[in-house]
Design a protein around this ligand. Sequence first.
Ligand code: IDP
Ligand code: MG
Length: 142
Amino acid sequence: MQRTLVLLKPDALERGLMGEIISRLEGRGLKIVAMKMIWVDEALAKRLYAAHEDKPFFRGLVDFITSRPIIAAVFEGEDVVAVVRNAMGETDPALAAPGTIRGDLAQDIERNLIHGSDSEETAAREIELFFSKAENFKHTTE
Ligand code: IDP
Ligand code: MG
C-alpha cells in the first residue's frame, strides 16, 4: 500500500470545492489516513516548493498557498501516487482532460485547486513536512 500527500489549495476553500474534490478521491477507493485544515506559513511553503525556487512563478506560488487556509491530507491506496496524479489532471487546467479535477473545475495554472506528490519519494518527504508520526498513523483496516 502506498501513501501520498494531497493539498486542497486556497482556491478550493474560496470556491467551496473541498467536499467535491475529497469525494472524487474517495470515490476512487482511496482511503484518508490523515487530514487537517491549516494555514501554511512562508517557511513551510518554501520547503514544499523548494524544487521551484528558481522559477519565475515561485513568489506567486508561495504567496498563493499562504493566502488562505488549505486542507492537507494523506491518502492511501494501491499506486495512490499515480491514481491521484491522474485524478488531478495536467498542471495547466487548459490542458487537463475532462473528467479530471483540474480539467473540470480549475481556473488557471496558478489556481489549479490541488497538489499531489509526484513520486513515492516525494510523497514520503512531503508527508513528513505536514504531519507528525502520530498524525500519520497506521490505518486500522490494514
Ligand atoms: P503539479 O502541481 O502538477 O505537480 P508542478 O510543476 O509541480 O505542478 O508545479 C507546482 C505548482 O506550481 C503547480 O501546481 C502550479 O500551481 C504552479 N505552476 C507550475 N507551473 C507554473 C507556471 O508556468 N506559471 C504559474 N504557476 C505555475
Ligand atoms: Mg508537483
